[in-house]
Design a protein around this ligand. Sequence first.
Ligand code: UDP
Ligand code: MG
Length: 315
Amino acid sequence: MKKEKISIIIPCYNEEKTIPLFYNEITKITKKMNDQDFEFLFINDGSIDDTLNIIKKLVKKDKRVRFISFSRNFGKEAAMYAGLENVTGDYVSIMDVDLQDPPFMLIEMLEAIKNEGYDCVGTRRVNRKGEPPIRSFCARLFYKIINKMSKIEMVDGARDYRLMKRQVVNAILSLQEYNRYSKGLFSFVGYKTKWLEYENIERVAGETKWSFWKLFKYAIDSIISFTTAPLSLAAVLGVLICLIAFLAIIFVVVRTLIFGDPVSGWPSMICILLFVSGIQLLCMGIIGQYLAKTYLETKKRPIYIVKETEQDMVK
Ligand code: UDP
Ligand code: MG
């Protein structure tokens, strides 16, 4: 009988230090899982260090290793998409190269899919050890907000590390949007998902590519991708302010009728003016964000551009 194949997608951006360590670990695990075939698809996301050469060395050494090298840095979302589009396995996993996603969990994941009837297995961190407290706080706040606003459930602490059946991969690929927020897309496609939990592990080497500002932008993008709730803000605030204005008019009229009208109230007028114009600008900004995303979607630009793959090496 033909062995089933597990494909592992590994996005890499400036990871020259971690790739050898990762390869070491993952091959230990794949040796244990010897009734499966494997495929390692490294995505070189426009690295400016020696990442590509290190991957090429692995390709020469191990024929299960493949790679796709981008023409520039397109981001991890694009790298994951390229991986999903190009893998050939019956099961597909996405793994970080920094060993923050422990490879040994693959055994348990495959078990859950094969014997417990799950379609995919995701992982979530139960703590955020080694992370700045302010970052953890904001992350938690983000999950609270997005889960209130969006119908799609976002699991707090969920990683991109997962194992999926081919059917799930095809479902994800059928979502053709340009602005991708994979954690949401994984949730959106549904299927029976098991969540494995683990304690946060720090990077083996190298540095995280996420700055606070980048994470903040990512959070805003994901909210815009998965809910249109902020768009109703203008309507809600509009009604609220009209209501307040109506009460204020009654108050002013009654007061004038009873006490006469000493002309005053300039400072409060300015406050109200600034407040209301602030809200108007805020709402316009929100609409602008959605408009901008729509604009980018309509351009239908490719999500990634390939410069070379392992097939170009043989020539
Ligand atoms: N990564 C990528 N492109 C990028 C940034 C990151 O392919 O533009 C890869 C990176 O090489 C790593 C994974 O995405 O394998 C996760 O990145 P990182 O460890 O910096 O993120 P964190 O674990 O801190 O969330
Ligand atoms: Mg990491």
